[in-house]
Design a binder for this molecule. Structure first.
Ligand code: COA
Length: 322
């Protein structure tokens, strides 16, 4: 059996930056409150007309260029996204056409903020079974389009972006293991109404805005992420001290710190981008990974624990050797 190895990473953030100060003029909030409760200072927001596929393409091209891989060599493209450009075709198919990789397997995975981990887990299995040798995995979201800018509980949290990795089959890990979970009973705590209608020709039903019971989501996220990091370590007979980097989903600094405490991983070994990016949903983990690869923190041979939690609820982890 072969393993998947990350050849290279890439990412892209839209140009426009929205600060907490700007949000103060939209809702009853303050820079101080947002920083204290979430750790977020600013986030990037897509321009009018800019789509999830636009962000995904920029991130994918950066990863392919760093990997030295021609798109025509790709045998699989998986995009984790909850904000596809269209109901169909899949964003992965649109991306495939733009990259010039026609013919390979291409599909989207919808697991909200766990979207990239799910996409990585699926691509890893394609490679492990020997079905494909080279894959592109993208996490991309324009979650700002799903925000009610008068709801101070949600509009302060999210930003837009994309991250990508190129995977190749190899004899050694690579990806040691991935662990994917969901519990659909929590739908009422975090959801967006809308989608394919039950009858009639309307596209969205109700308001297609993120609705969230933040405090309850927070508590379940902390509890669940503590469990999942232990699951990933136990599956590989590893201790927290074997982990060089924790690269968590960037939703809230307090959730990140609680997970790091559980693992007893010092802050210097946790990659944190939430201050600059906010919660970019499926893009958050690959964006943080790319930042840490490009600034030289993550080096070849490092053991990295990736984890995420999101709407569904979905949650998952990937333990990898970079
Ligand atoms: N600015 C100022 N005050 C705000 C506010 C804002 N943006 N949002 C909420 N508040 C107020 C509340 O109305 C409440 O006021 P009250 O005490 O007078 O009723 C108070 O702050 C505390 O609200 P609470 O919801 O208990 O705050 P919190 O500490 O849980 O922080 C979140 C709120 C949303 C930041 C936090 O719950 C969170 O991050 N949850 C997880 C969300 C998440 O990650 N979702 C995506 C999952 S992938």
């Amino acid at each position: 059996m072969s393993y998947s190895r990350i050849l290279a990473t890439g990412s892209y953030l839209p140009e426009r930056v929205m600060t907490n100060a700007e949000l103060e003029s939209l809702v009853d909030t303050s820079d101080e409150w947002i920083r204290e409760r979430t750790g977020i200072e600013r986030r990037h927001i897509v321009a009018d007309g800019e789509s999830t596929c636009d962000l995904a393409e920029r991130a994918a091209r950066a990863a392919l260029e760093s990997a030295g891989v021609d798109p025509a060599e790709l045998e699989l493209i998986v995009v984790g996204t909850t904000t596809p450009d269209k109901i169909y075709p899949a964003t992965a198919c649109r991306l495939q056409a733009r990259l010039g990789a026609a013919g390979c397997t291409a599909f989207d995975v919808q697991a909200v903020c766990t979207g990239f981990i799910y996409a990585l887990g699926v691509a890893d299995k394609f490679i492990k079974t020997g079905e494909v040798k080279r894959a592109l995995v993208v996490g991309a979201d324009t979650h700002s389009r799903l925000l009610d800018w008068s709801d101070r509980q949600t509009c302060i949290l999210f930003g837009d972006g994309a991250g990508a990795v190129v995977l190749e089959a190899g004899e050694e890990p690579g990806i040691y293991s991935t662990h994917l979970h969901a519990d659909g009973r929590y739908e009422d705590l975090l959801y967006v109404e809308g989608g394919v209608p039950l009858g009639g020709g309307e596209i969205a039903q109700g308001h297609a805005y993120t609705k969230m019971r933040g405090n309850e989501v927070f508590k379940i996220a902390v509890r669940t992420l503590r469990r999942i990091v232990t699951e990933a370590l136990d599956a590989n007979g590893m201790q927290p001290s074997d982990i060089d980097w924790l690269i968590p989903h960037q939703a809230n600094i307090r959730i990140i710190e609680a997970t790091a405490r559980k693992l007893d991983i010092p802050a210097e070994r946790v990659v944190v981008t939430v201050a600059e990016h906010g919660n970019t949903s499926a893009a958050s983990v690959p964006l943080a990974l790319d930042v840490a690869v490009r600034d030289g923190r993550v080096k070849r041979g490092d053991n990295i624990l990736l984890e995420a939690f999101g709407g569904g609820f979905t949650w998952g982890s990937a333990l990898i050797r970079y």
